[in-house]
Design a binder for this molecule. Structure first.
Ligand code: UDP
Ligand code: MG
Length: 317
């Protein structure tokens, strides 16, 4: 199979028919063998009903329905487990991304040998409340990840099959898939300018300030996990050692200067009267705690379990 189109959706009943017809047209015009995998992320409108009907007409349409709304990342993760195409293309369900981009993306993966190609909405039709935070995100993500993309979080992306089978997206990590791919060892990451359109029906599912904080926290987590996920002791152990050592040296110094004063008949205070004693003590305790955190981190990373545990209600595969 040439292409798997993956579409995560949450309450997008108005768009599904038009989107499917459009994709089918592009596929047939170019003669691709394909499947379209819809993941209904717990929609409460008629989305699933429509997918079921589309499926009756064509068994190239696959569907997975989550029991409740888990988010775009689990939806993508779930679809990536079942896709069969050599190239996997993700699209948003809201018709903001154009299926006409598919052939060019497909060629970039198959002919130019990219592992991942991310759509770049150079001219974007979204409110400023979305585009401005996104600019900040992208700038930070570029710095932290070292992946030079203008637009990390566009819904339209193309992947070599290996990529989607080897990355695990959870929480809200879909924002940083190119970074995840890089961490997994896929280095040929490209970008293609894509046409973007205003949302026709419904409203954006990602609004408000929480998007901002969650986005940054996730980036921090990713950075931490990619650096120290498999060796937490290197992070906590180093910090812990430095703190413990500082505290220890300070205590020696405090003790020694008291001894010196005693022996020379100078004025001296009790060690416990000096504020430095307490600072040194706290530093040593914190150092020990960090060390222990490192050991616990090592234990956990040896036993890490599945992070995605969504419940599926129905499958049409
Ligand atoms: N989506 C989803 N689960 C969610 C939120 C969104 O599957 O919890 C889907 C949504 O239906 C759409 C895509 O993710 O197909 C992108 O969402 P949206 O268009 O609302 O985001 P925006 O384009 O405004 O960033
Ligand atoms: Mg959208």
């Amino acid at each position: 199979m040439d292409i798997s189109v993956v579409i995560p959706l949450y309450n997008e009943e108005e768009s599904l028919q038009e989107l499917t017809a459009w994709i089918e047209k592009v596929m047939d015009d170019n003669g691709y063998s394909y499947e379209i995998v819809f993941v209904d992320d717990g929609s409460t409108d008629r989305s699933w009903e429509i997918i079921t009907r589309l499926r009756e007409k064509s068994d190239k349409i696959k569907g997975i329905k989550f029991r409740r709304n888990y988010g775009k990342s689990p939806a993508l993760h779930c679809a990536f487990r079942v896709v069969k195409g050599n190239v996997v293309i993700t699209l948003d369900a809201d018709l903001q991304d154009s299926p006409d981009e598919i052939p060019a993306l497909y060629d970039m993966i198959t002919k130019e040998k990219y592992d991942l190609v991310s759509g770049w909405k150079k001219k974007r039709y979204d409110p400023i409340s979305k585009t401005l935070p996104t600019k900040l995100f992208n700038a930070t993500a570029r710095k932290v990840s070292g992946v030079k993309l203008h637009d990390f979080n566009s819904g339209i992306k193309a992947y070599r099959k290996d990529v989607v089978k080897n990355i695990e997206i959870y929480n809200d990590m879909h924002r940083y898939i190119p970074y995840l791919a890089k961490i997994a060892g896929f280095n040929r990451i490209g970008e293609k300018v894509v046409h973007h359109r205003p949302r026709k029906h419904g409203q954006s599912k990602y609004m408000g300030i929480s998007r901002f904080f969650n986005g940054y926290l996730d980036l921090l987590t990713l950075w931490f996990l990619s650096r120290f996920g498999k060796k937490p002791m290197h992070f906590f152990g180093l910090l812990g050692s430095i703190m413990f050592l500082l505290g220890f040296l300070a205590i020696i110094w405090i003790g020694a200067s008291k001894m010196y004063a005693m022996m020379n008949g100078l004025y001296y205070r009790l060690v416990t009267d000096s504020p430095y004693f307490y600072i040194a003590l706290t530093t040593m305790i914190l150092g020990t705690q960090l060390f222990l955190a490192g050991f616990i981190g090592e234990l956990i990373s040896r036993n890490s379990t599945e992070r995605n545990n969504y419940k599926i209600e129905e499958e049409l595969l």
